[in-house]
Structure formats: structure tokens, C-alpha cells
Design a protein around this ligand. Structure first.
Ligand code: PEP
Length: 251
């Protein structure tokens, strides 16, 4: 049985104090609740250790939002997989569309990041998704296929089994325009089909595929009800404890 996950991507938001309030509220509100999913919080780097302390007590998982493609040394400003592992970070987002767009991250660089994480037993949450133009020109399946082929499909079966995929249509991120339930299911089923072709049905059936893009407390239930949607990667709505908790309870 594949795992259901709701992950909150806080991006570059919150002071330390506000972040601590958010993580402690979420931990408190979910204490003793039988969530049907794993709950993952992705705060900015400087708050990872603080968030991990709450996570240890509450069963939350903590993820980084990025990792270096390099392993160590003279790379000012970078954070390595080894460093994340040393503070027991369990997951890391890789290839978010904002990293691809603003920092020019390529599939080849993302493949290195994935490799570094897996070497340190950190699960990548690997983001794929098409731009609006690409959907309008009907090339969205091709785009996602290429992102998977060049960023993930170099992995062997054991390595790939540690990966979470997040489908995030770029036109839906932070726009308030959500993919329809049918659009999400169609792409998730396509991604699972590609994984089946590459790694076989068992691996594909066990791969968690998250939806991201203006998912909120109102639409999460419908999106998560699709057979190939195993949860969400949540941006804006993860910054408000009440909204995020409603999403977590949407299964
Ligand atoms: C995201 O950035 O991963 C995301 C899904 O953002 P939002 O929920 O705000 O669209």
C-alpha cells in the first residue's frame, strides 16, 4: 500500500518566531488525531532543526526545500545532503518550478541532487509540471515525461522506491487556479503508467504521487479522492495552521 502524504511547502515565508508558532500549533492540533496520511512540513533551512524538535515529539516529518548538487566544500551558501542528514531530515523537495524558473535548475542538476539525497537516506519529493503554454499546446505529457526521464529514471528500482513524485502544473501554483480533479487524475495516471513501464507495476503501485497547485481546504477532498492522487504538496494554504490541518484531514 502506498503512503498518503500532505506536505506543506512554506517557501521563503515566516520569521523564526512565526515559524515556531505554526509548527507548534500544527503539532498540538494533530496530537492524538489518527491522520490517514503522513504530515510533512518544509520550513526554510534556518528553522529545520527547531521544526525537527517538534517533529520528534509529534510524529510530523520535516523536509528541506532544496539541497545542493555538490557534496561538500567551497560552495558558499549551499547546503549539502550530508548536512541535512546530520540533523535527521527525512525528506527534501527537489526541482520545484520556482527553483527551475528563478535559479535555472536543470534536470541534469536535479538528478545529482536526487542522487546526493538518496546516498544519505533522505527521500526526494521530486516536482514535475508543465507551463500554461505547454498545456495549451498539448505538450504537457511530453514535458512531464522528459522531466521524469532526465531527473529520476536514471535511478535503479531500489533507489526509485524511495522517491515521492509531486505533479505541480506551474499555471496552478500560487495562482488560485487549481487543476480540475479530472486533469489531476489524468496526469497522475500517466505518471504512474510511465513508472510502470520503467520499473514495473509493483513499484508504480507503491509510488506516492502528490498534487500541488492552489490546493486548499475547500478543494483538497475532491482532489485527494482520485485513485492516483496520494495527497498534496501545499504552498499558500500551508502557512495557516487551520487551513493546513483541514487539508490533512481531507482523506
Ligand atoms: C507549491 O509551491 O508547491 C504550491 C503548490 O503552491 P500553492 O499551493 O500556493 O499553489
Amino acid at each position: 500500500m502506498r503512503k498518503k502524504i500532505v506536505a506543506g511547502n512554506w517557501k521563503m515565508n515566516k520569521t523564526f518566531q512565526d515559524a515556531e508558532e505554526l509548527v507548534s500549533t500544527i503539532a498540538e492540533e494533530l496530537d492524538g488525531v489518527d491522520t490517514k496520511c503522513e504530515v510533512v512540513l518544509c520550513p526554510p533551512f534556518p528553522y529545520l532543526e527547531m521544526a525537527s524538535d517538534y517533529a520528534d515529539e509529534s510524529g510530523l516529518q520535516i523536509a528541506a526545500q532544496n539541497v545542493s548538487e555538490y557534496t561538500q566544500g567551497a560552495y558558499t551558501g549551499e547546503v549539502s545532503a550530508d548536512m541535512l542528514a546530520s540533523i535527521e531530515i527525512g525528506y527534501c523537495i527537489v526541482g520545484h518550478s520556482e527553483r527551475r524558473k528563478y535559479f535555472g535548475e536543470t534536470n541534469a542538476q536535479l538528478a545529482l541532487k536526487v542522487e546526493n539525497l538518496l546516498e544519505h537516506a533522505i527521500k526526494p519529493i521530486f516536482c514535475v509540471g508543465e507551463l500554461l503554454d505547454e498545456r495549451n499546446s498539448n505538450s504537457h505529457f511530453e514535458v512531464v515525461k522528459q522531466q521524469l526521464s532526465e531527473g529520476l529514471f536514471q535511478l535503479n528500482e531500489d533507489e526509485f522506491s524511495e522517491v515521492v513524485v509531486a505533479y505541480e502544473p506551474v499555471w496552478a501554483i500560487g495562482t488560485g487556479v487549481t487543476a480540475t480533479s479530472a486533469q489531476a487524475q489524468e496526469m497522475h495516471a500517466y505518471i504512474r503508467q510511465l513508472i510502470t513501464e520503467k520499473y514495473g507495476k509493483t513499484v508504480a503501485d507503491n509510488t506516492t504521487i502528490l498534487y500541488g497547485g492552489s490546493c486548499n481546504a475547500k478543494n483538497a477532498k475532491e482532489l485527494f479522492a482520485n485513485p492516483d492522487v496520494d495527497g498534496g504538496l501545499i504552498g499558500g494554504a500551508s502557512l495557516v495552521a487551520e487551513d493546513f490541518i483541514k487539508i490533512v484531514k481531507s482523506f
